[in-house]
Design a protein around this ligand. Structure first.
Ligand code: BJW
Ligand code: ZN
Length: 252
């Protein structure tokens, strides 16, 4: 017999005029990309304040670049999984669907998602740390390593002479205002919000489910573990995203 939670979510998805999915590191876990928190999470081994703040980059850009090069090397061979592909198909099969990710790994795009909002940037881009506005792309699919990817090379520099930095959002930095505004607007307007594979502790992204709930949306958490959101979610689908999302799609 189909799971009651899955059946309820499916019925709500069918009736919804607007659906938003917000994803975190958990959706990429089965692609082999490490999460941040929990067992095996990056913050268990590495210090966020030494590596993911503007102060850390100002203090020791070489150390920060070394970590991001290592991260790029971990992510480069990863492939999108079944969860990424279901969300890419939702963009085409649901009437009004918006994907909002905190992930920087680029796996949603590689699965075919086209209209996603990347709240925390993208690890495959670098941008000028001196603020001239230049952004450079690095190949994320096994292509040639550039823009600071070659170990042992000098720090990557911009054509203006300033240092390049990874084009991601560090702690204490503001998110791109247009991105967070569009995400909040979508959360306010949706009938169903799917919250997939996030610990729901990092703001302002963690506010999206509360905003959607306050505006009357059905909030569905898909996660392998409890989070601070679990008690407030309308439906909790417990399990790996790469299994739960295909199960949901298969029922439709
Ligand atoms: C599975 C699974 C499977 C596993 N299937 N599930 C106190 C209160 C409120 C806010 C603050 C506060 N103190 C400080 C702040 C602000 C701070 C913040 O929120 N801190 C909290 C930690 C307390 N936020 C910020 O600083 C943000 N900026 C900001 O607030 O600006 C204000 C400002 C305004 C104007 C001017 C200036 C400033 C910026 C936050 C940036 C976060 N950056 C990072 C790094 C990105 C770059 C990089 O990758 O290197 O973003 S940190 C890291 O956490 C990364 C992630 O996107 C983010 C969220 O993590 P996520 O995705 O939820 O992953 P995990 O690992 O936490 O969770 C994985 C989940 O998956 C778990 O639940 C598992 O159970 C689950 N899972 N396998 C399904 N197979
Ligand atoms: Zn520059």
């Amino acid at each position: 017999m189909p799971d009651v939670g899955l059946t309820l979510v499916l019925a709500c998805l069918r009736a919804a005029r607007s659906v938003v999915a917000t994803t975190g590191a958990g959706i990429s876990a089965e692609s082999g990309v490490p999460t941040f928190r929990g067992s095996g999470g990056l913050w268990r081994t590495f210090s966020a304040s030494d590596l993911a703040t503007p102060e850390a980059f100002a203090r020791d850009p070489r150390l920060v670049w070394e970590w991001y090069r290592w991260r790029r090397d971990r992510i480069r061979p990863a492939k999108p999984n079944a969860g990424h592909f279901v969300l890419a198909r939702f963009e085409r099969t649901l009437p009004h669907f918006q994907l909002v990710t905190q992930n920087v790994d680029g796996l949603h795009q590689r699965a075919g998602s086209r209209t996603l909002i990347e709240l925390h940037g993208n690890i495959w881009r670098s941008r000028c740390a001196s603020g001239c506005g230049r952004v450079t792309e690095v190949s994320g699919d096994g292509g040639p390593a550039r823009s600071g990817d070659a170990p042992g090379t000098a720090l990557p520099t911009c054509t203006c002479g300033g240092l390049l930095r990874p084009d991601v959002v560090w702690f204490g930095e503001a998110l791109e205002p247009g991105n967070i505004e569009r995400a909040m607007d979508a959360a306010r307007a949706c009938d169903v919000l799917l919250v997939v594979g996030t610990s729901a502790v990092v703001y302002p992204a963690a506010a999206l489910p509360r905003v959607a709930h306050a505006a009357g949306a059905l909030v569905v958490e898909i996660n392998v573990e409890d989070t601070p959101l679990t008690a407030e979610a309308d439906v909790v689908l417990r399990g790996p995203a790469a299994e739960v999302l295909p199960a949901l799609e298969a029922l439709s």
